[in-house]
Design a protein around this ligand. Structure first.
Ligand SMILES: *[C@@H]1O[C@H](CO)[C@@H](O)[C@H](O)[C@H]1NC(C)=O
Ligand SMILES: *[C@@H]1O[C@H](CO)[C@@H](O)[C@H](O)[C@H]1NC(C)=O
Ligand SMILES: *[C@@H]1O[C@H](CO)[C@@H](O)[C@H](O)[C@H]1NC(C)=O
Ligand SMILES: *[C@@H]1O[C@H](CO)[C@@H](O)[C@H](O)[C@H]1NC(C)=O
Ligand SMILES: *[C@@H]1O[C@H](CO)[C@@H](O)[C@H](O)[C@H]1NC(C)=O
Ligand SMILES: *[C@@H]1O[C@H](CO)[C@@H](O)[C@H](O)[C@H]1NC(C)=O
Ligand SMILES: *[C@@H]1O[C@H](CO)[C@@H](O)[C@H](O)[C@H]1NC(C)=O
Ligand SMILES: *[C@@H]1O[C@H](CO)[C@@H](O)[C@H](O)[C@H]1NC(C)=O
Ligand SMILES: *[C@@H]1O[C@H](CO)[C@@H](O)[C@H](O)[C@H]1NC(C)=O
Length: 864
């Protein structure tokens, strides 16, 4: 309590500082704690003075903090291990010219000092707090020059600021490391440390002091980035905030020369602060603060974390998530998948991997020995690796083969034409795949080499052309003779080839699966070959028992959906598009190709398509848990979805829509979001379906207005249902409805069947505006969900269903609002309700024709 008073009083002093604030002290001046004196950098960004760490009221420290940020963050502490226990401490330049803290004005022995051994007292030593937040001690040198003798940037505590170096000065031996505080309110040296280590190749490690094994690692430098660290830029996408406008924040510099090895953060723009903190629990995090008191957006006036290590949402980020000689991949971003390196097999402990055959490398004598090219790799721990300058990759391979111990190599400079390489020996640890990874060449024996060439599709592709060219020429000749029949044979064969490849792919464990937006978990394969598989009609007919009604899963927009089973046992969902679309075959194909490239874990994956005899079909992965409406509106099943799961589903759906709207290469408006179009995988993760159909059929429509209203009553925004006007904001509306349905377990358009003109939305609004919003929560939720989280969701839902499209937030804001504690705007009352009364097949609002099954998608409401 005492401390709180001191702190706030302190803040007040800061806020009302007058123009006499100074940034420098000389040997004749001092700062007194009793008088609350401080130094202020000339740009007023940083402040140096005495403070009390929260709740440890009797202990005073000298530190530097952000002056403009209201919640104080101490970026540097002088006497972290030697707290001051008096109330009269002073900070001054002592008789030897060192900056020092004394417990009172008359004390002779300093409590803390900058500890320079030279006697600087005659050299006019001065201390200055610079605009960067650096405290610098300088002496006069030459006629009017000054020489720096000491700076706080050389002695980081738990925070790195732009301009600070994290790493080694080889000349003085000074290694600048980050050390966490002991606890939230004790700045003494804590357990966690982030530092550069130069054993083998330079790498950065996060460690817990008393443990041998590191917690996290990046490096070595590969000419472009520290291996493993390029995901600095990737956290752009993993984060809910759209950081693209802050791209410069992800900038860092790495310097390695004969004098120094370090990394440093670059300065963001003026008005922005950036900090990189090692917290007392061992999480290193970078955040930024955009200081703009007059602006009130999500990006201003608060700390926004944008990067952390280890990244909690990345299953492979921790050091050696998998055992020795393994590769970690995380297609489902948080779940690591550990596999042995080629040529290695699991040890009996099922964790580590060992060489399959003893003496794998027979030192050049083994015939047919070689290397396998693994792609997208974070280089292994390089404490036992070696750098060879000037060598090309080819030379490096030869070099590696000369040594019995060398087991792998990789480029040390991945820039075009870059020279130099790294070679490893011994255990290969902490390898993972990630999007910005590099090629890594692993030495394997002839047996393994033969295996890898057989299974590696990229190699197959390289060998195929020679054979294929002949075939193509033959086909070409046939085509030249211009016979339609011949052309047809060609396409059929092509289809079969594709089909075969698809089967191979399935059998090979479908490693082309990249249903993830952030990391390409694609193990060692080139993902440019995720193109569309063309199934032939026979296959589909066999798979679905000739579209037997028993296999019918339901009715999506634009056509019925059937369950199918391929001859290899794989289950698929087949959507048979109605024949009435005016779209041509090639347009359809192009569209389907584009859609197959949309890959996100909250979107159903398109596996292929089938075009034959006027039939057009889309083949999707099969979702065993059906769609959300089967669970959420079913009294007996809805209890499967507890609050946590519902919240996850809501956020998942939001992410999926955000991807469609913003992040995918096509900007897609779904137009028919509803519980029936949210499929659930085996773990009940939501997957949006039908998103491709919206586009395939969207070709004839103007961007913002349509004569064909496609959608489902209860989910359609007023402007869309009434005026046919659609935009991303109409999806936002549907999402809002869906969200409220998930929380309440009730259908919007069936809410009070007996009360005309009522709807879930109206009901929720009434409860919410009367402060009783929690009453709308599904009563089948057994445990009490956290009220603040539920209320936040409800408020987001109400923001989404506002009448005026411009008032509704965008998906990126929604995703942000759902996952952060930021204050939300107040929703306006929804007045227009577009719903469908139950006893009447016509839409009450549009008065147009609609299909007769309640809740079914209205595909053609007729031209307006
Ligand atoms: C300070 O003490 C109060 C009350 O004892 C407690 O609620 C708060 O969490 C403490 N703050 C810190 C940073 O420990
Ligand atoms: C440093 O020099 C000053 C002035 O010459 C002197 O008064 C002081 O005692 C010296 N300090 C030490 C530790 O030698
Ligand atoms: C200053 O140096 C002395 C002796 O070399 C050492 O005991 C002391 O811990 C140092 N103080 C700081 C703050 O580094
Ligand atoms: C000491 O240096 C400061 C600038 O750092 C200067 O303003 C001051 O005049 C100098 N004092 C003497 C005695 O040289
Ligand atoms: C990153 O920093 C470098 C050098 O400081 C600069 O050239 C580059 O433009 C910066 N990139 C961004 C995105 O700000
Ligand atoms: C995906 O991640 C979740 C945890 O977020 C996990 O429970 C689930 O098993 C993972 N699914 C797959 C297919 O690995
Ligand atoms: C390794 O594979 C990558 C990606 O397929 C390719 O770009 C690279 O050229 C290959 N390296 C060698 C030496 O073949
Ligand atoms: C690399 O090659 C250049 C020019 O060929 C040469 O000047 C340099 O000394 C070489 N460096 C090393 C480390 O061998
Ligand atoms: C893990 O990766 C291997 C090889 O890349 C793949 O065959 C396997 O299916 C993956 N397992 C899971 C559960 O994703």
């Amino acid at each position: 309590m005492d401390s709180a008073v001191v702190l706030s009083w302190f803040t007040i002093v800061l806020l009302f500082h007058s123009c006499d604030s100074i940034d420098t002290i000389t040997s004749t001046q001092f700062l007194s704690d009793a008088k609350n004196e401080f130094l202020l950098s000339s740009n007023e960004d940083f402040c140096l003075g005495f403070f009390t760490a929260a709740n440890a009221s009797s202990k005073r420290y000298l530190g530097i903090w952000f002056n403009k940020v209201p919640t104080q963050h101490i970026v540097w502490v002088a006497n972290r291990n030697d707290p001051i226990v008096t109330k009269d401490a002073v900070f001054k330049i002592n008789t030897e010219g060192n900056i020092a803290i004394f417990s009172d004005k008359s004390a002779t022995k300093p409590l803390w000092s900058s500890n320079i051994s030279e006697n600087l007292s005659t050299m006019n030593a001065t201390a200055r707090l610079l605009d960067s937040g650096n405290l610098e001690l300088t002496i006069a040198e030459g006629s009017d020059g000054r020489k720096r003798m000491w700076q706080s940037f050389d002695h980081p505590t738990d925070t790195i600021l732009p301009g600070m170096k994290l790493g080694l000065d080889k000349k003085t031996g000074l290694n600048r490391v980050m050390t966490s505080w002991k606890s939230e309110d004790d700045p003494a040296e804590g357990e966690y440390i982030m530092m550069l280590e130069t054993q083998g190749l330079p790498q950065f490690f996060l460690r817990q002091k008393n443990l041998d094994a590191p917690i996290w690692r990046i490096g070595p430098w590969n000419g472009v980035t520290l291996s493993g660290a390029a995901r600095l830029a990737n956290s752009l996408k993993t984060s809910v905030v759209d950081f693209s406008q802050f791209a410069s924040l992800f900038n860092y510099t790495y310097i390695e020369n004969k004098d120094e090895v370090y990394m440093t953060l670059t300065f963001p723009n003026p008005g922005r602060f950036r900090k990189y903190v090692m917290d007392f629990k061992g999480l290193a995090q970078q955040s930024f603060y955009h200081y703009a008191p007059q602006e009130k957006t999500y990006y201003t006036n608060r700390w926004i974390p944008f990067w952390s290590a280890p990244n909690p949402s990345d299953g492979c980020d921790k050091y050696m998530t998998c055992g020795k000689n393994s590769v970690c991949s995380s297609s489902n971003s948080s779940t690591p998948n550990c596999t042995c390196l080629p040529g290695y097999e699991k040890e009996s402990d099922h964790v580590h991997c060992k060489e399959k055959r003893k003496n794998l490398h027979v030192c050049g004598k083994g015939k047919g020995e070689g290397f396998v090219n693994l792609t997208s790799i974070k280089l292994p721990d390089s404490r036992r690796a070696r750098y060879i300058a000037n060598f090309s990759l080819k030379e490096c391979e030869v070099e590696c083969l000369k040594s019995c111990k060398c087991n792998s190599y990789a480029s040390a400079n991945v820039q075009v034409g870059g020279k130099g390489c790294y070679v490893w020996e011994g255990e290969l640890n902490d390898i993972r795949t990630y999007q910005d990874g590099q090629d890594f060449y692993l030495r394997i024996d002839s047996v393994e080499l033969a295996l890898s060439q057989k299974s590696s599709r990229s190699d197959v592709k390289k060998r195929i052309p020679a054979v294929i060219i002949v075939l193509i020429v033959v086909f070409g000749v046939i085509l030249l003779f211009g016979c339609l029949y011949a052309y047809r044979i060609h396409t059929v064969r092509k289809g079969q080839r594709q089909k075969q490849r698809y089967r191979d792919m399935m059998l090979a464990g479908s490693d082309a699966e990249t249903n993830n937006d952030f990391t390409t978990a694609d193990n060692f394969t080139d993902n440019s070959n995720i193109d569309l598989t063309f199934f032939d009609l026979d296959t589909i007919i066999r798979a679905t028992d000739n579209f037997s009604p028993a296999k019918r899963l339901g009715q999506g927009s634009f056509g019925p959906v059937f369950k199918g089973e391929l001859s290899n046992g794989h289950e698929i969902a087949v959507k048979r598009l109605s024949r009435t679309s005016g779209q041509g075959i090639s347009e359809f194909k192009n569209e389907a190709l584009l859609i197959a490239k949309l890959q996100h874990r909250n979107l159903v994956k398109l596996l292929g398509c089938c075009i034959d005899e006027g039939e057009k079909m889309l083949i999707y992965e099969y979702m065993p848990n059906k769609s959300l409406d089967y669970l959420i509106f079913d009294e007996s099943k809805k209890s499967m979805l507890n609050w946590r799961k519902r919240h996850e589903i809501i956020v998942g759906i939001a992410r999926g829509i955000l991807y469609l709207h913003q992040d995918s290469r096509l900007k897609i408006i779904h137009r028919d979001l509803k519980a029936g179009n949210i499929l659930l995988d085996i773990e009940l993760n939501p997957k949006i379906s039908d998103f491709g159909t919206a586009r395939i059929f969207g070709g004839d429509q103007v961007e913002a207005n349509t004569c064909r209203v496609v959608g489902t009553f209860g989910y359609m925004s007023p402007e869309y249902a009434l005026d046919g006007f659609f935009s991303v904001k109409s999806d936002v509306y549907s999402f809002g409805v869906l969200l409220l349905e998930i929380i309440s377990g009730k259908k919007n358009n069936r809410y009070f069947e007996d009360i005309p003109n009522s709807s879930l939305i109206k009901h929720v609004w009434e409860l919410w505006s009367n402060g009783r919003a929690l009453e709308m929560v599904d009563t089948s939720l057994t445990e009490d969900p956290p009220a603040h989280e539920v209320l936040r969701c409800i408020q987001v839902g109400l923001l989404c269903v506002q009448d005026n499209a411009a008032d509704r937030p965008t998906m990126s804001t929604i995703v942000f609002m759902l996952s952060n504690e930021a204050t939300l705007p107040c929703p306006k009352q929804p007045m227009v309700a577009v719903y469908r009364s139950t006893d009447n097949t016509d839409s009450t609002s549009t008065g147009t024709r609609s299909s007769s099954i309640n809740g079914v998608t209205i595909t053609d409401v007729g031209a307006r």
